[in-house]
Design a binder for this molecule. Structure first.
Ligand code: PLP
Length: 383
């Protein structure tokens, strides 16, 4: 019975891509000016850390998201790292984040010698839950002259880092207003949500900083790459400075005025990124159509299609099915992957990984359920 039903579901997924060959979860599409810009870049000899495509890519992302400033970085993880540092995240402090995320979110916290503190997600968005966040802030923290302290660990809480899971915007306005009340900056890990809006405002532009990734599996790719966005002019300037080795501008002297990072995005990658930005609207349209088709056609008693949350327009980076239980989920994972259709559960919860086992955790029941029952299904742009 169920076997038949799942086979039918897998066939519907295959029909979308019109192939019997392996269907990956998310692969890039290059059907615009990619080759032209990359060749232009090579012809110009500016293939490395400076060049017109870097500036252009930054401008395109700023314009697209409505952020005042955008700073290109070598990848999304570096973008989070620098955003945290410039938000004041320092040694031995804590950053509130969600356990259901890609490891980069927590790792970037560790690069600041800080500790992730895990607060649960909610079921409607799969992102950080404002109610659970409020509960944590009210019951587990205390305002002191040094700052907001986690009463269990005695460490200062220096920031909050929500993530827009699979491209679905989290309830970011509620999170920001709570964090404002408790005086902690918000950095949005918007790596997965380029093209997604919450109440008609682009994700990543609500917090002090927002960060994007252009890794090969994301909605658009620059091969590898990231972007920091912010509306703060001073912080934008600092972000550009510190990600480009902190060199003071001079025609020939090499003076660096602090320990900076070589987090520069090569012009070659930016060229690819520019071409992809030009096709982004078409990608989003196609991805939203695919999501609609999945929603209409993938009907089962064993799972629900995960719909974009209220007041949101999602890029549907990765389409998601929520199974009634783990055993159904595992059956589906097995069958689909055996039938050449790549599907995958969500990440292991961060608090279960060896390096984050000792992190402070509040109740994580929704995250635990999600990690047992979610499946991502093929979501590449259909050509
Ligand atoms: C992809 C991703 C990143 C950044 O990844 P990079 O590979 O460093 O560009 C960060 N956070 C999340 C949630 C991601 O999915």
């Amino acid at each position: 019975m169920q076997k038949c039903e799942f086979e039918n579901i897998i066939k519907i997924i295959k029909d979308q891509y019109k192939t019997e060959e392996f269907i990956p979860l998310h692969e890039p599409r290059f059907n615009g000016n990619e080759k032209k810009y990359v060749l232009d870049c090579i012809d110009s000899t500016f293939v490395s850390s400076v060049g017109k495509y870097v500036d252009q890519f930054e401008k395109m992302v700023a314009d697209y998201t409505g952020a005042k400033y955008a700073i290109a970085t070598v990848n999304g993880t570096a973008a989070i790292h620098i955003s945290l540092l410039l938000s004041g995240v320092s040694d031995n402090t804590e950053v509130i984040t969600q356990p259901l995320t890609f490891v980069a979110t927590s790792n970037a916290v560790s690069y600041c010698n800080a500790f992730p503190t895990f607060v649960d997600i909610n079921k409607e968005t799969l992102g950080l839950c404002p109610e659970k966040l409020e509960y944590f802030l009210k019951h587990s923290t205390k305002k002191t002259t040094k700052g907001l302290i986690n009463i269990h660990t005695k460490r200062i809480i220096s920031a909050c880092l929500p993530m827009h899971t699979f491209g679905h915007p989290t309830k970011i306005d509620q999170i920001i207003s709570l964090c404002d009340k408790f005086d902690i900056p918000v950095i949005e890990d918007a790596a997965e949500s380029l093209g997604s809006t919450y109440k008609n405002q682009h994700t990543g532009t609500f917090g002090l900083f927002g960060t994007f990734s252009f890794n090969g599996n994301k909605t658009i790719t620059s091969g590898g790459g990231g972007m920091i966005v912010t509306n703060d002019k001073e912080l934008a300037k600092k972000a550009k400075h510190i990600t480009t080795t902190a060199k003071t501008p001079h025609k020939w002297d090499y003076v660096h005025d602090e320990i900076g990072y070589n987090y520069r995005l090569p012009n070659l990658n930016a060229a690819l990124g520019c071409a992809q930005m030009e096709t982004l609207d078409g990608f989003i349209k196609s991805k939203r159509m695919l999501a609609q088709t999945y929603k209409n056609k993938l009907i089962s008693n064993s799972f629900l299609f995960f719909d974009e949350p209220e007041s949101c327009k999602s890029n549907y980076w990765l389409n998601t099915l929520t199974f009634k239980n783990k055993s159904n989920r595992d059956t589906f994972l097995n069958m689909s992957n055996n039938l050449n259709v790549m599907t995958r559960p969500c990440w292991c919860l961060m608090n279960t990984l060896s390096m984050y086992k000792k992190a402070y955790c509040d109740d994580l029941s929704n995250s635990t359920i999600a990690s047992d029952t979610l499946v991502n299904i093929p979501s590449s742009v259909i050509i």
